[in-house]
Design a protein around this ligand. Structure first.
Ligand code: SF4
Length: 337
């Protein structure tokens, strides 16, 4: 076996001195993932490869325009949301077509989920939202929607419309909960409570809409133990998907300023193994059926202060798999019903 091939297989944690390359490939294809991953979940719905395309639909956020607060969450710099093809001012159709071009050269048969990601994507009149969502669904090869929003931005009339939309397309509503700790939410100026998040998740899931969330690991004031306890709480909610993100310190944010004043209150995971261990502790506490969509955020390097591991998403996932195997860990191993 060539040195590069050997190195790569070692990186994935599958290397075995006595096996041929063919035997190792076979074992890689038969060993199950140690957690429920998002691509496998999507296979329940689609017989083809599906990729999310991030969109900037021109929304703002109630935590920035004064409705909930000014200045936004202390860690937020919305420039981090947008890849090059996703710029304000371009129509939804154009952003999707440009996103498709970006991916299609690799996988010509790929289909797409329109991912309304930047800012708060339910923060407008229902008619405006309906027009934007339906514009996305009218683009060829777009097979569904993922809508990112805040827990306090799901009025009943919009939920009624989404429940109807859910009858005709794939739909996932993703709430930014960020923390289950009310003190932390106050501290980072989220402008909503965890109780509101629970209410929004329960109301949305009750309509049959797939409901997801994301939380940030490493928010100031939260210990590892508190973070893993959050996984117990989240496991009890009727969630389908969950994203875990490492706290990223971003230039120009209030949090970057806070860090300068009180660096001792922050946990920035300068070494990726520390973050991997916390993620593994979380995964083991999570409900076995929950689908884990992502474990890392990737902000543009020019905006990122720390941590910068130089790892792509798939590289992180490979390391995670390898470390979980080494530790005998798997999703739900420590799940407390
Ligand atoms: S993180 Fe989301 S809710 Fe917070 S300020 Fe940024 S866009 Fe608004």
């Amino acid at each position: 076996m060539g040195a590069r091939r050997k190195h790569f297989i070692k990186l994935l944690g599958y290397y075995n001195e006595s096996s041929t390359f063919g035997q190792i490939l076979h074992s890689m294809s038969t060993i199950p993932l140690l957690y429920n991953d998002f691509p496998t979940f999507l296979k329940q719905y689609f017989p083809f490869k599906v990729q999310k395309i991030s969109l900037h639909a021109g929304f703002t956020c109630p935590n920035r325009d004064g409705t909930k607060g000014y200045g936004g969450c202390t860690y937020c710099n919305n420039q981090t949301f947008n890849p090059d093809y996703c710029q304000t001012g371009r129509s939804i159709t154009r952003q999707l077509e440009e996103g498709k071009l970006f991916f299609a050269h690799k996988y010509p048969a790929m289909k797409y989920l329109a991912y309304f990601q930047a800012y708060t994507n339910t923060y407008a009149e229902v008619e405006t939202l309906r027009r934007l969502y339906e514009e996305a669904l009218a683009v060829p090869d777009v097979v569904g929607l993922v809508i990112g929003t805040r827990p306090d931005c799901m009025p009943p009339a919009l939920l009624d419309y989404l429940a109807e939309l859910n009858q005709r397309t794939f739909l996932l509503v993703e709430y930014g909960i960020e923390s289950t700790d009310e003190q932390t939410l106050l501290r980072i100026h989220r402008g909503h409570t965890y109780a509101q998040a629970v209410e929004a998740v329960e109301r949305t899931a009750a309509t049959g809409i797939l409901t997801g969330t994301h939380i940030i690991l490493g928010l100031p004031g939260e210990s590892d133990e508190q973070i893993t306890l959050q996984c117990d709480r989240l496991s009890k909610l009727p969630l389908t998907t969950l994203k875990l993100h490492q706290l990223q310190l971003i230039r120009g944010t209030q949090m970057a300023h806070d860090y300068l004043l009180h660096p001792e209150e922050f946990r920035l995971f300068h070494h990726v193994d520390d973050y991997l261990d916390l993620v593994i502790a979380c995964i083991q506490r999570l409900r076995p059926g929950l689908v884990l969509d992502r474990f890392v955020s990737q902000s543009p390097r020019e905006l990122l202060i720390a941590p910068d591991w130089g790892l792509k998403n798939y590289e992180f996932n490979h390391r995670l798999q390898k470390r979980m195997r080494m530790q005998g860990a798997y999703q739900g191993k420590l799940y407390a019903m």
